[in-house]
Ligand binder design. Structure first.
Ligand SMILES: *Cc1c(COP(=O)(O)O)cnc(C)c1O
Length: 406
């Protein structure tokens, strides 16, 4: 039998932008025995997580929880609201936007892919004025939905969703706004109600610090209305029966009980820290990470500072250096996983995840592993990113996390 040793001394550093490290608190909460999903105790758990998750989406409207990966919730958003042959306007920010477009084609929708040419679109956020211009040209209102990715995990770019809403409104167009914030939720500021989003799609294994396995649709009144006449076939994904049973804290089928224990703990952790404090922590760590990359003399995948992602940073390798070879060295020598380049940027860049359960020393250890790996790979560095990031963190010191009595 092949011997796989996943447990060398010390902790593995899982610094990919999802799945993110699962805190011990959450792992322990998930180890409670599975209970009767029709019993009274379960109903209380169901109501707690269904109510609590609304705070994270910043919505008062229903949030549907599926026992599925994020891809399932992508499908749910489309098949609940649209009909075969419907035109949908999608925007190419990177690999995940591209996968979502392929899914739309597989569902017999007619996606139109807007974006900047070549690799440029993979270095910037959604250009809302392009959406506005396209919608203004659609005087017959053939386009039924605008689909955008909030935090593009393949590039490290966080688009301005409020600007997309303004673009749709400026064009006076009735299209639904459907947003993927699978990797943004609970790490980057997100406002389902305020930004007028109709369906927000998210997942468990990124900012929420849970293992993979549950995903979400936050649903507006307008989206619910659309679901009543939409013709795409749906059974498992159908909102109406789930939302009805959720009123009592139950599901029409067996929900993912232990992941819901985990979600309950995750909500406690996030709300104890305070959602805005969680966002500020991510912004600060991401800024320190970028300081390191710049000190190394390397380029950041996101070319527009206004839309740098607080979740992850894409690091472009110098010409002739294979990013995956660097990742392999780092994995083998330092037991750390970094995100690979996806699609158009495969081999050109790697991604450093700094989301969820991440603090100053997690980031510093991560950057140390990167710097040592880059040295081992023979990449010429302009200077020490580790020293620069430490300097940044000290100059922008956060509030003490713990207090010792005098
Ligand atoms: C992770 C991710 C997905 C896919 O989610 P799965 O859970 O892997 O199905 C989709 N979109 C974005 C932006 C992601 O980060």
């Amino acid at each position: 039998m092949l011997k796989l040793d996943f447990h060398p001394a010390g902790r593995h550093f899982l610094q990919i932008p999802g799945p993110s490290p699962v805190p011990d608190r959450i792992l322990r909460a998930m180890s409670y025995p599975t209970i009767d999903h029709r019993g009274p105790e379960f109903g209380a758990l169901g109501l707690k997580v269904l109510e609590g998750i609304k705070t994270i989406f910043k919505t008062t409207q229903p949030v549907v929880i599926y026992p599925a990966s994020g891809t399932g919730a992508w499908e749910a958003a489309l098949c609940n609201t649209l009909s075969p042959g419907d035109a949908v306007l999608m925007y190419e920010t990177g690999h995940f936007a591209t996968l979502w477009k392929k899914m739309a084609e597989n569902l017999w929708l007619k996606p139109e892919f807007l974006g900047l040419p070549g690799i440029e679109g993979w270095r910037r956020g959604v250009q809302a004025e392009m959406i506005e211009a396209r919608l203004k040209g659609d005087t017959a209102h053939a386009i039924k939905a605008v689909c955008v990715v909030h935090n593009e995990t393949s590039t490290g770019v966080t688009s301005d969703i409020a600007a997309v809403r303004r673009a749709i409104d400026a064009a006076r167009h009735p299209a639904l706004l459907i947003v993927d914030t699978i990797s943004g939720l609970a790490s980057a500021d997100y406002r389902h109600d305020e930004w007028g989003v109709d369906v927000t799609v998210s997942g468990s294994q990124k900012g929420l610090m849970l293992p993979p396995g549950i995903s979400f649709n936050a649903v507006s009144k307008k989206a619910l209305e659309a679901s009543r006449t939409a013709k795409l076939p749906r059974a498992f994904w159908g909102w109406s029966e789930i939302i009805e049973m959720n009123k009592q804290g139950y599901w029409p089928y067996t929900p993912n009980t232990n992941l819901l224990y985990g979600l309950s703990e995750s909500l406690d952790m996030i709300l104890e820290e305070g959602l805005e404090n969680v966002f500020a922590r991510h912004q600060r760590l991401a800024a320190a990470c970028r300081v390191a990359v710049t000190a190394w003399g390397l380029e950041i995948q996101c070319a527009d500072p206004a839309v740098y992602s607080p979740v992850l940073t894409g690091v472009i390798m110098p010409e002739g250096v294979d990013a995956d070879a660097v990742r392999k060295l780092i994995y083998e020598h330092f037991d750390m996983s970094l995100g690979t380049g996806l699609g158009k940027v495969k081999g050109r860049m790697f991604r450093i995840g700094h989301l969820g359960e991440c603090n100053d020393l997690t980031l510093m250890a991560t950057l140390s592993g990167c710097e040592m790996g880059l040295q081992l790979a023979g990449v010429k560095l302009a200077g020490s990113g580790v020293a620069a990031a430490m300097d940044y963190l000290v100059k922008h010191v956060a509030k003490p996390k713990l207090k010792v009595a005098a």
